[in-house]
Design a protein around this ligand. Structure first.
Ligand SMILES: [Zn+2]
Length: 479
């Protein structure tokens, strides 16, 4: 399988393929003169909005209230949770409030919003009756990335959704972690994206969390793309921000918290990278700006008849699908095919003299490029069927690809070899930081964590030190 896919340009030279595609398909322009800040063009901005709608709808159906918090926090608030400040030091943008010399106060622009939201939680939460509290917001956060930036993957202005919850008990916080994972899974599945759900090793958890669960999507260059994370914060932040409440028994105690984030631009990157091919984007129908494009195939003397037939089909389909009739006269059908394949439109309908005469249409699907002829009276049900078939095919194809990328490694050299082949290594590990560091230094990959969704138990010894292995973990390079 790897043989056949490696024929595709995205596997041979991912960077060139990706950078070229995002500009040609009008996803984003990376040439804005401030490093790490990009412009989302019409296709990119549209898809981001659709992803946002999908996620926000699920969050609100599960009781998360939409709020909007300020962009800035103070240095004092930012320093409250010791691990948190350590984790983000050197990565924040700072602005000064006021222009008078000596009078200015430094403000920190949010790299994430715990230190902005939790002082307000302290004011709002009085008793168990105020809990659980679940809020979310879709905003940009800012991180001064020092590694090389890459459009959509590693940028300094990051569009995301963050949710923050407060609970009476640890058990409720645990249940919330599971709910968050289910919500993220639903959105990613609707987009056909495949990923590993990994519990991060302690040294790589979110700054201030008890533990972190992450969604690592596969990428054609072998680097994993972390698209979402879910954190159990325990009482670490409620201690720092004094989020206390009156319990059911009348005593007072600190609340339990969780937070989770979903990176819109990284999910957009995963859609492009996992589904795209040499012809361009291959979009899941649910987010595609145009779902059906109708292309008339002109025939001398029958131009008007064909165009009328095409318009009739548009009227029929636009009730349910975002449909466009490409009636440009100065562009050949071949050029139109090429353009709409680049844009990833899921379904293309061709109508020429034959179709008019037979009351049929020819339908082509973008994911497999297969073409079939269908009768006009069965068109609507056929399009419906195709849309469903396209998303399940994209999902299955992506999972197959990911499974093919994972390989078991019994030594550092084998890890190195797998990473060189742009794959993901599965290893057995003793759990020590020393071995993780040694592995990173010798093989160039990071231990991303152990599976959260299934239990994988070690049978042998740590591939680095030879001591008893405690965990089965995945190793990859990462964005
Ligand atoms: Zn070891």
């Amino acid at each position: 399988m790897l043989m056949t896919v490696s024929a595709s340009r995205k596997f041979e030279n991912f960077s060139t393929w990706f950078d070229d595609l995002i500009i040609r398909a009008r996803i984003a322009d990376n040439r804005f003169p401030v490093k790490g800040f990009i412009v989302y063009m019409e296709t990119g901005a549209y898809i981001l909005e659709k992803i946002k709608n999908l996620l926000e709808d699920l969050l609100e159906k599960t009781g998360h209230k939409r709020m909007l918090f300020p962009l800035v926090t103070t240095e004092e608030l930012f320093r409250r949770e010791a691990e948190h400040i350590k984790g983000f030091s050197g990565e924040v943008f700072i602005v000064s409030e006021g222009r008078e010399k000596g009078a200015e106060r430094k403000l920190i622009i949010r790299p994430t919003s715990e230190t902005i939201i939790y002082p307000m939680f302290k004011l709002w939460i009085r008793s168990h009756a105020d809990l659980p509290l679940k809020i979310h917001q879709s905003v940009n956060v800012y991180r001064y990335e020092t590694k090389a930036t890459r459009a959509l993957y590693r940028i300094r202005e990051i569009p995301w959704n963050e949710a923050h919850t407060v609970h009476e008990t640890l058990r409720e916080a645990e249940n919330q972690v599971r709910e968050a994972i289910e919500i993220y899974e639903k959105v990613l599945k609707a987009l056909g994206i495949s990923y590993l759900i990994l519990k991060r090793p302690d040294f790589d958890k979110f700054a201030g969390a008890v533990y972190s669960i992450a969604f690592d999507a596969w990428n054609p260059d072998g680097k994993v793309n972390q698209v979402a994370t879910v954190h159990n914060l325990g009482k670490n932040f409620s201690k720092a921000f004094e989020i206390e409440f009156e319990k059911r028994d009348g005593s007072r105690g600190l609340a339990y918290q969780t937070c989770y984030g979903f990176g819109y631009s990284r999910v957009l990157a995963a859609i492009i990278a996992q589904h795209g091919d040499d012809r361009g984007l291959v979009l899941p129908p649910i987010v595609s700006p145009i779902q059906v494009v109708i292309i008339p195939i002109p025939f001398k003397g029958q131009e008007e008849e064909i165009m009328d037939y095409a318009s009739e089909i548009k009227k029929l389909l636009e009730k349910k699908w975002r449909t466009t009739l490409d009636d440009r006269k100065d562009v050949t059908p071949g050029e139109k095919f090429y353009h709409w394949e680049l844009m990833g439109v899921p379904v293309r309908i061709e109508v020429g003299p034959k179709e008019v005469a037979e009351s049929t249409v020819t339908i082509a699907r973008r994911d497999t490029l297969e073409r079939v002829k269908v009768r006009l009276d069965e068109l609507e049900s056929k399009v419906e069927e195709l849309m469903n078939s396209i998303i399940s095919n994209l999902r299955e194809r992506s999972i197959r690809m990911m499974m093919g990328l994972i390989g078991d490694a019994k030594s550092i050299d084998e890890v190195k070899k797998l990473l060189k082949e742009r794959r993901i290594a599965r290893i057995e590990w003793c759990g020590s930081v020393e071995c993780a560091e040694k592995l990173k230094e010798k093989a160039g990959g990071e231990i991303r964590g152990e599976r959260y969704d299934i239990a994988e138990r070690p049978r042998n010894s740590c591939i680095v030190c030879g001591r008893e292995a405690k965990k089965v973990v995945y190793v990859a390079r990462a964005y």
